[in-house]
Design a protein around this ligand. Structure first.
Ligand code: ATP
Ligand code: MG
Length: 615
């Protein structure tokens, strides 16, 4: 992928790709802000970052998923941003599992996330910054830092910056205040350091039930920012954790754990989505206190927020995705219609298409809804350059060339890729009986129709010009075969080819040679741009059920004819089926001899033309 910083000018898709994060990084690098930062790879046990040197010209970012679900297209934006910036500035990006919540996390998700980030083309391994032979493996689990987080919490208690609160959850909520009213102090706020320390130790030893006490930062119950009104930092949870088992019965709150994870890993730029902007003052407060106490070195990581990706025609909330899977609206997490990365891979969306898309949508701090066609255009663009061409007849109608000798056949040659002559050609057998698309013939042509109809001529691509002489109907009146004569001196590539001027140019396959394939015609999962959004006429303030907006035509499975060579297609091979779109051999179900293709995307966007579809 490109290592070049790209400009922030409006790109071809018309979306302004702001690069305020790049500007910030460049300013930090120019100022030598991270020159003092030390690093020697994986942090070991101990309450401070390890010694070692990080080249001052380098940055560290991280992608910190919680392993409680499969990655979706929104995560892809964050992955491309974080890993992409690290690549661009020759820094490092860490993959860190933010697994501080014992209840919802599972190994299955960890494995799938690792797989998806690799599939997107990124790596967390590499040589040490100091160019020694040793290598860094920047794959981390936040739960590996639990001992440090406890130690830091005890430091906060001993320095008067934290206390154990024994109010009930309801009491705590009531005393927190509101956006307009200050909160009030807990009756336990003035506990002595010794009492707080004793209680916190006993919390760790499992002496109290869930919810009996929480450890809170002591900041300011009257702070304008509610997040600074003595936020909870540790809670009691008697639960098994996927990584640490039953070792702990207290678990850190996300807002406490996250800044510490960043600092321990020497992250320079901690990039997150906008909803964390209100947490930034606590992020900074916490790291400042720990640095004051000598527990962390400066410079401290800086949190930078950008707006999350919202895409039309799809939902990107984990809760809704889980619902779609569990209620079997889709076939599973890797259903090609789901906006998960495992689904995208099965759909045939190329990883490079996501990187291109991420660059095009750019980063900004304002919320917007990105049109799904922008994602599809990125995929088309990558596939147009990479996918070899093949022929498939999806809705077959028989074409009989009456003046072509029965039993004869000949090879016609088609370029594998029109933009890459060096890729060579492929042979497609031509014979008396062919399959063409049903829509390429009309018994009674409409105005402007240039393909086959009685008396008209059209070219069979890479082969001959044919003149339609008639057609057969069955008892119900349906057209079952079209008859024509071919013009023997019109073969593509021959001297006579240019003497025929015809407007229709059809694809075809020989009936005797074509290979049968299952083809899954996927389309958008939802039929409206904002699934679940209120529509005109709905009561004020009501929300529709997003499931009511599912597109009933999001998948159609057909039997189709494909070029004979596709009988041996390998899973995940991508092709353009000429005149139809891009297709991929299904990585789960396709077999040699029995190919299964998924439609990745059509050649052109048909959605923007549909009435009432644009917001
Ligand atoms: P969801 O909101 O779907 O539950 P999440 O934010 O809880 O997702 P995490 O595993 O915590 O999922 O996210 C990992 C990283 O991905 C975070 O840094 C988060 O900000 C980022 N991320 C999640 N959703 C999006 C999105 N739609 N656009 C950009 N980044 C996102
Ligand atoms: Mg999250």
């Amino acid at each position: 992928m490109s290592q070049q910083p790209t400009s922030n000018a409006a790109n071809t898709a018309g979306v302004v790709s702001t690069n305020f994060i790049r500007n910030l990084i460049e300013a930090d690098l120019a100022a030598g802000k991270h020159a003092a930062r030390k690093w020697s790879g994986r942090p070991g046990p101990g309450p401070q970052q390890l010694a070692g040197t990080l080249d001052p010209a380098r940055i560290r970012t991280r992608f910190p998923p919680e392993p409680n679900g499969y990655l979706h297209f929104g995560h892809a934006k964050s992955i491309c941003l974080n890993f992409g910036l690290a690549q661009e500035y020759a820094g490092r990006c860490h993959l860190r599992f933010d697994d501080t919540n014992p209840e919802k996390e599972e190994q299955e998700y960890v494995d799938s996330i690792i797989d998806s980030v690799r599939w997107l083309g990124f790596s967390w391994d590499g040589p040490l910054a100091d160019a020694s032979a040793a290598s860094e493996t920047n794959l981390y689990y936040a739960s590996d830092y639990f001992a440090w987080m406890i130690e830091f919490a005890e430091y906060l208690i001993s320095s008067g910056h934290a206390y154990v609160d024994s109010q009930s959850a309801d009491e705590m909520r009531a005393s927190r205040g509101t956006l307009t009213n200050a909160g009030c102090d807990s009756p336990f706020r003035a506990r002595s350091v010794a009492e707080n320390m004793d209680l916190f130790k006993r919390m760790q030893q499992g002496e109290f039930p869930d919810g009996a006490h929480v450890l809170r930062a002591r900041i300011d119950m009257a702070a304008a920012n509610i997040n600074l009104r003595d936020p909870a930092i540790y809670r009691i949870r008697h639960a098994s954790h996927h990584n640490t088992g039953d070792r702990w019965c207290v678990y850190p709150m996300y807002t406490y754990a996250h800044p510490i994870e960043d600092a321990l890993e020497n992250i320079s730029h901690s990039i997150c989505t906008l909803e964390f902007a209100d947490q930034r003052p606590f992020y900074d407060w916490l790291l400042e206190r720990l640095a004051e106490g000598g527990l962390l070195q400066r410079p401290l990581p800086q949190q930078i927020e950008f707006s999350r990706l919202n895409l039309s025609y799809i939902v990107l909330s984990k809760r809704k995705l889980i619902q779609l899977v569990e209620e079997r609206h889709v076939a599973g997490w890797d259903d090609p219609r789901l906006p998960t990365l495992v689904g995208a891979r099965r759909r045939g969306y190329p990883a490079e298409g996501f990187r291109l898309f991420a660059e095009r949508v750019g980063v900004s701090r304002s919320d917007s809804l990105i049109d799904y066609s922008l994602l599809e255009d990125s995929m088309r663009e990558v596939l147009n350059a990479s996918a070899e061409r093949r022929v498939a007849v999806l809705d077959p109608l028989k074409l009989i060339i009456d003046n072509y000798p029965a039993g004869d056949s000949e090879d016609c040659f088609a370029p594998k890729h029109p933009l890459k002559p060096e890729a060579g050609t492929r042979a497609i057998p031509f014979a008396r009986e062919l399959w063409i698309e049903r829509e390429d013939f009309m018994a009674e042509p409409s105005k402007g129709y240039h393909r086959l109809y009685p008396g008209n001529m059209a070219r069979l691509r890479y082969a001959y010009v044919v003149r339609c002489t008639g057609f057969d109907r069955d008892d119900s009146g349906a057209v079952v075969a079209v008859h024509c004569d071919y013009l023997a001196d019109s073969k593509s590539g021959s001297a006579g080819a240019d003497s025929y001027k015809v407007k229709g140019n059809l694809h075809w396959l020989s009936v005797a040679d074509a290979c049968l394939a299952e083809v899954r015609l996927y389309d958008r999962l939802f039929a409206v741009p904002s699934p679940g959004a209120r529509r005109e006429g709905d009561p004020e303030g009501s929300e529709r059920d997003f499931r009511a907006d599912l597109n009933p035509d999001s998948m159609r499975v057909i039997r189709a004819w494909v070029e004979p060579a596709l009988r041996n297609v390998e899973p995940e091979q991508c092709f353009q089926f000429e005149r139809h779109g891009y297709f991929v051999a299904d990585r789960v179900d396709s077999r040699v001899g029995a190919p299964v293709f998924n439609r990745t995307v059509t050649l052109r966007d048909s959605w923007s033309a549909r009435p009432g579809q644009r917001k």
